[in-house]
Design a protein. Structure first.
Length: 317
């Protein structure tokens, strides 16, 4: 063998382990572009529709029907976000269903999570509504949805439409849900999905009640609502929530005071300064699910600093 051939053979052998590693390397996490929707149960679709349209000023809902009767309702917030309500025929105590995250490649996300040991379906589903999706569960047992928008279907057909000037907000900056064990959610959303914590705190500085995490490719964020005792239906409705951003809470309340509030719902109260330094108020659906209204920027210009109390945790059996 000539010297040149020996050199080429040596280079090939050196490259072989790198090629082999590349063949077996786990896929990289696909992009997570934002919060697409929050999924909730509701006892009364008509009442909930009136709350979002007549009171909060959003456009007319889209419906999925079974035997002519609406069973699923979509409230459009903007072209990339909506609220999904499913009729609750079982009078569930927990109205929170899931949060859906938009990804840039739904099949790649399914494969990525499978390589991480998560239970995912064999293939993604196409709703025909304008997105492909699949469901999985996080380490605390909450259902999680990933979706990728398509250019066909109901949502695509209404792109740029049904966003009236009457709506009090143009964006849902975050959603929050009950978190019995922060370590499990931090492992799932932080380690596996690349979410980044940016604030934590609580009414009692010695206890951490809330942890906020940005999505990796977005300024949308999630809020882990920690707790250490069995929750009542009203507590569940308050902790499991969605947020609507506004420029000024007082101005928004003045506007809402002129609108019709559906029977059984709770209207916006006076603005208060939250622990995090933002102005906020709350409204509630008939079933006591909380819709938070919060300023886009903190009152006074700077958010409050995090506090590092012991995270609340529900004792496991």
């Amino acid at each position: 063998m000539t010297k040149r051939l020996r050199s080429l053979a040596t280079l090939a052998l050196l490259a072989l382990p790198l090629w082999t590693f590349a063949q077996h390397a786990k896929p990289q996490r696909p992009t997570i572009l934002g919060i697409a929707h929050i999924g909730l149960y509701t006892d009364d679709l008509a009442n909930t529709a009136a709350f979002f349209t007549d009171y909060l000023g959003f456009g007319e809902p889209y419906y999925l029907r079974r035997e002519g009767k609406p069973t699923v309702m979509f409230i459009k917030l903007n072209d990339r976000q909506y609220v999904e309500f499913v009729e609750d025929t079982e009078q569930r105590k927990v109205k929170y269903r899931h949060t859906a995250f938009q990804t840039g490649d739904i099949e790649a996300m399914r494969v990525y999570l499978r390589t991480q040991g998560l239970a995912v379906p064999e293939e993604v589903s196409d709703t025909g509504l304008g997105f492909k999706y699949f469901l999985t569960t996080d380490f605390n047992g909450h259902e999680v949805e990933f979706l990728e928008y398509t250019d066909k279907g109901l949502l695509a057909e209404h792109m740029g439409e049904d966003m009236p000037d009457t709506r009090i907000s143009e964006v849902m900056s975050h959603v929050g849900w009950c978190c019995p064990d922060a370590a499990r959610d931090m492992a799932f959303y932080g380690y596996l999905l690349g979410f980044n914590e940016f604030w934590r705190g609580g009414a009692n500085p010695e206890k951490t009640s809330w942890i906020k995490m940005y999505l990796p490719e977005s300024t949308d964020y999630i809020e882990l609502m920690l707790f250490d005792h069995e929750l009542s239906a009203s507590e569940l409705g308050s902790l499991n929530h969605m947020n609507l951003d506004v420029n000024d809470v007082n101005t928004t309340k003045q506007l809402l005071d002129t609108r019709k509030l559906p029977e059984g719902c709770t209207g916006a109260g006076q603005q208060r300064k939250g622990i995090n330094g933002f102005g906020q108020t709350n409204t509630y659906l008939k079933d006591k699910t909380r819709i938070e209204v919060m300023t886009k920027v903190p009152l006074g210009g700077a958010p409050s600093a995090s506090t590092w109390g012991v995270p609340q945790r529900l004792a496991h059996e």
